[in-house]
Design a protein around this ligand. Structure first.
Ligand code: ADP
Length: 211
């Protein structure tokens, strides 16, 4: 098992519990010639991360889960909430020209389009805008609602959704961004966005923090 994320002392504790568990914190401390208080933070980390389990009056025991299993469990529990970016939203009557300017000024690849009631009605990607640009139309006079991908064909997610499921949607649908929405009585309001960048960031975070 890889234990690269664990300190030397945590490794030693793990080994003791593997060999002698279930074992009390007191007994682990004795074996390491340390006080129970010194060990408390390490035991807390090992329990929180899932390497060890603790039962009252029984003591600590080894869960038998590998770092990989614990990492997968952690990833599968992550929610969209807290990992989303700020959405860039434009009104459906905005011109394609202004949408292109917004892509540059806001530095995003995907724009979400809403109606007068601030409900999601469409999505605009870079290629949608490029496609419109190579046509013969005058970009300042065509509203984005002519060229956008529209409801109900929009892939959406909610803050309470599992992040891994949203990542799978990104792959399956081969799109770059998914709006995070709040369901209201007559539509969806856009409250965030999940892009491939957000998922990449989670990957880097997981590698840095481990299980
Ligand atoms: P690009 O056009 O730059 O390759 P995407 O792969 O995200 O970017 O978009 C491909 C197509 O899918 C575009 O026509 C776009 O309007 C549409 N699209 C993008 N995001 C979504 C979404 N969340 N739901 C439905 N369609 C989308």
């Amino acid at each position: 098992m890889s234990t690269i994320e664990l300190s030397h002392r945590q490794d030693k504790i793990l080994q003791i519990v593997k060999d002698f568990g279930p074992i009390t914190g007191e007994s682990i401390a004795e074996k390491l010639d340390l006080t129970r208080a010194t060990l408390r933070p390490d035991l807390a980390i090992l329990t929180m991360t899932g390497f060890l389990d603790a039962r009252p009056r029984v003591g600590y025991f080894y869960t038998g889960k590998t770092s990989n299993q614990l990492l997968a469990e952690k990833l599968k529990k992550m929610l969209v909430d807290g990992h989303e970016s700020t959405p860039v939203v434009i009104n459906e009557n905005v011109s394609v020209y202004d949408a292109i300017v917004t892509v540059f000024s806001e530095d995003v690849g995907t724009l979400f389009v809403t109606d007068a009631k601030a409900h999601l009605v469409g999505v605009l990607s870079r290629k949608d805008l490029l496609r419109a640009s190579i046509g013969q139309q005058k970009l300042t006079t065509i509203p984005v609602n002519i060229i956008m991908t529209r409801m109900p064909n929009i892939t959406m997610c909610q803050k309470s959704d599992l992040l891994i499921e949203v990542a799978e949607k990104l792959i399956k649908t081969q799109i770059d961004a998914i709006p995070v929405v709040n369901k209201t009585i007559n539509g969806f309001e856009v409250v965030g966005r999940i892009t491939k960048t957000n998922i990449t960031r989670v990957l880097v975070e997981l590698a840095e923090t481990g299980v």
